[in-house]
Structure formats: C-alpha cells, structure tokens
Design a protein around this ligand. Structure first.
Ligand SMILES: [Zn+2]
Ligand SMILES: [Zn+2]
Length: 262
C-alpha cells in the first residue's frame, strides 16, 4: 500500500511539476538527516520517532491540542475561554524543538518534498479519528508571499493529503485577500485582529463548497485565529462544517503564558 501511494504521488507530482524529485527524500530521516532505510514510516528514524511528541493520548476535544496528564478539563485553556467557528481541530504532534526543525526545513529551506511525508502523518491521523469530509482546502498564503517562497506549504500538504484520501482538492476556493503582519510575536488578541478579514471565497467558487464538509489543512495550529478566520469565510459561503488538521499544534498554556508560534 505504501509503495502504491509512493508511485501515485510521484506520478502526480511530475504532472504538477511541483517538487524537486531529484532529491532522494526517503534515504534520510526527515528530522535529523541520518541515513535510514526506506521502510521507516514517514521517513523518520527510530530515534526521531521517539523524540517527536505525538498526540496519541488526551487532546482538547475542540481544537486537538495535547492536554497534560495533570490537566483535568477536556478542553484546553484557550477553548475553555473562547468558542471557535470551526467544528473540530486535530493535530499530529506538539510543537517542540524537533517538530519546529521539521517545519522550518519544509517551509524555509525549499524542501517541499517533505510535504508528502507529513501528509502521510496527517492521513494516518484522519483514519484514526475517522474524520469525514467532502473536500480538502489549504490555508492560503498571500500571492506575494507565495511568489517569494515558491510554494505554500499548507497547499503542498493539502494536495498530497487529498490524493491519499481520494477526496477533491480545493486549492483555489479560499483566497487570502489581505497581506497580514507576521504572526510571530503577536498575542492572541493581536493575532485575531491581524487575520480577521484576511480570507474570502470568490463568488464563482461558492457553489463548490455549498453544503460541503471542509477539511482545512495547515502546518501549525497556535491560537486558532487563522483557522477561525478561514472557517468564517467558508461558512459565510455556504460550507456546512469545518474541520482543521495541522501537523503540529502549540502547547496547552495552562497559566496563559508562553511563547507564541509561527
Ligand atoms: Zn532521525
Ligand atoms: Zn482547545
């Protein structure tokens, strides 16, 4: 099955001319870079598999953040305070140093091919959680930023995932209409204000999501302000409900303090 997925991905990636296929991504661990054999799941070596903080125990029943053992509620501290527009969020790992390094390689070091490995991780999470949806949509990047970076990492993830899931990919349905300040260093309220009206669905695309269950895809989930802003635009255009899945999610900040991500 893995081999089939791989062949399928390579053929479709060639068709889209999207990735640098010369790099043999399955020979090196995607986290530490050590040589591995290509049977390792997600192209992670055994050490890195153990280092990543997987969301395989208690998670927030709303946004999907990992909950500490000592923390009693079923909702994280953010979700206890505030409602979300999306219905349910899921994350695969918590954003600590190892996860940050993988995301940074994927985002800033032109390693778009990592999207396939990360999409496999997302795929397994979806299967475990039995999430049901009709269309996969990435959190869009502003065109200017995308031109500069060369690709939108959320779109690379979403595209691979849609193929694995055999579900339509809606890469042009949600667009970023406002250039926003970088989110790093912003608090929760500033993040919300920064991103509130940043997204829209073009009028000729509304029929594509009317009555549909949307799976929104991004690399990191922090406070949910981006996910909510996207969800609001999608819901206003007739989507039925929104789920969000990200590779990593920020920690549940019990005392309301801590480093903001992105
Ligand atoms: Zn490794
Ligand atoms: Zn939560």
């Amino acid at each position: 099955m893995k081999r089939l997925l791989k062949i399928w991905w390579i053929l479709s990636a060639l068709g889209e001319g999207f990735f640098d296929l010369i790099y043999p991504s399955n020979i090196y661990c995607i986290s530490c870079g050590n040589i591995i054999d290509d049977s390792r799941p997600y192209s992670l070596c055994d050490t890195c598999v153990r280092t990543l903080k997987w969301a395989n125990e208690r998670t927030c029943q709303r946004c999907g953040k990992i909950l500490q053992e000592s923390y009693a509620p079923d909702l994280c501290s953010d979700c206890l305070k505030e409602e979300h527009i999306f219905k349910r969020g899921y994350a695969c790992v918590e954003y600590t140093a190892a996860e940050r390094d993988i995301i940074h390689s994927f985002k800033y070091k032109d390693k778009a091919y990592l999207g396939r490995n990360l999409a496999e991780i997302l795929y397994d999470r979806i299967k475990i959680e039995e999430i049901e949806f009709d269309i996969v949509i990435p959190v869009p990047m502003h065109m200017k930023k995308q031109r500069k970076r060369g690709y939108n990492q959320a779109a690379v993830l979403a595209m691979s995932l849609a193929k694995f899931m055999e579900v339509p990919y809606g890469g042009k349905i949600l667009v970023r209409v406002a250039e926003t300040e970088p989110m790093s260093g912003l608090g929760a309220i500033e993040r919300k204000n920064n991103i509130q009206h940043a997204f829209d669905v073009p009028s000729d695309k509304k029929s594509d999501i009317a009555g549909k269950r949307v799976l929104l895809v991004d690399d990191i989930y922090t406070t949910g302000s981006t996910a909510d802003s996207c969800s609001s635009a999608l819901m206003a255009s007739g989507a039925e409900e929104i789920f969000i899945i990200t590779f990593a999610s920020g920690a549940n900040l019990i005392n309301g303090e801590g480093e903001m991500l992105n």
